[in-house]
Design a binder for this molecule. Structure first.
Ligand code: GAR
Length: 207
């Protein structure tokens, strides 16, 4: 059984997709052991509560230094002892010590087709604003393992979505979530839970 901790900052629709996958059986061999938010008011914490999943808040704002936060954050994760850490709209930089300790056991959902519209400064709605400003016709989402870079780790799954005439950033964000994110994030968790992928260098191999 894969023990998963999900890290969130906001609405938690991707968390919901994973919860639904586990409850409905499209994700097997998986238990969501906890949810950690850096934002006490994140609706994601309410979603966790509704499904009897323990949720806690830990934020850099609660500590005098980033080092102290990083230390306590790692401790909070270690207490849960996850096999997999899922970043589902988590907007805090993962401490290097956590990346090292949980190498190839942290995955992230990013709302673009990496390597487009990713890296520092590209998160949430900004990604969709940039895609519309550039005039691309195809966007999408990516699930990847987390390494020391920003959105640079091995890619697990990607799914493309078409831009439509008259799209606003909000409309595009919603379509990318519905058509891509909420599908590929649960699928990636299921693949990992069932030992269906391995990492070879910076590439993921499907077994
Ligand atoms: C999602 O679109 C996710 O891909 C994005 O934040 C949103 C969170 O929504 N993540 C990033 O931009 C990370 N760089 P949610 O809280 O409803 O899942």
């Amino acid at each position: 059984m894969l023990n998963v901790v999900v890290l969130v900052s906001g609405g938690g629709t991707n968390l919901q997709a994973v919860i639904d996958g586990v409850e409905k059986g499209s994700i097997t061999n998986t238990r969501i052991a906890g949810v950690i938010s850096n934002n006490q008011n994140a609706y994601a914490l309410t979603r966790a509560q509704k499904h009897n999943i323990p949720g806690i808040c830990i934020s850099p704002k609660m500590f005098e230094t980033r080092e102290k936060f990083n230390e306590k954050f790692l401790e909070a994760v270690d207490v849960i002892g996850p096999d997999l850490i899922v970043l589902a709209g988590f907007l805090v930089v993962i401490p290097p010590a956590m990346i090292e300790k949980y190498r190839n056991r942290i995955i992230n959902i990013h709302p673009s087709l990496i390597p487009s519209f990713c890296g520092t400064g590209y998160y949430g709605l900004k990604v969709h604003e940039a895609a519309l400003a550039r005039g691309v016709r195809i966007v999408g989402a990516t699930v990847h393992f987390v390494d020391e870079g920003t959105d640079t780790g091995p890619i697990i799954l990607q799914k493309a979505v078409e831009v439509q005439q008259g799209d606003t950033p909000e409309a595009l964000q919603r379509r990318v979530m519905e058509q891509a994110e909420w599908k590929i994030l649960p699928e990636a968790v299921d693949l990992i839970a069932n030992g269906r992928i391995i990492v070879e260098g910076n590439r993921v191999k499907r077994l």
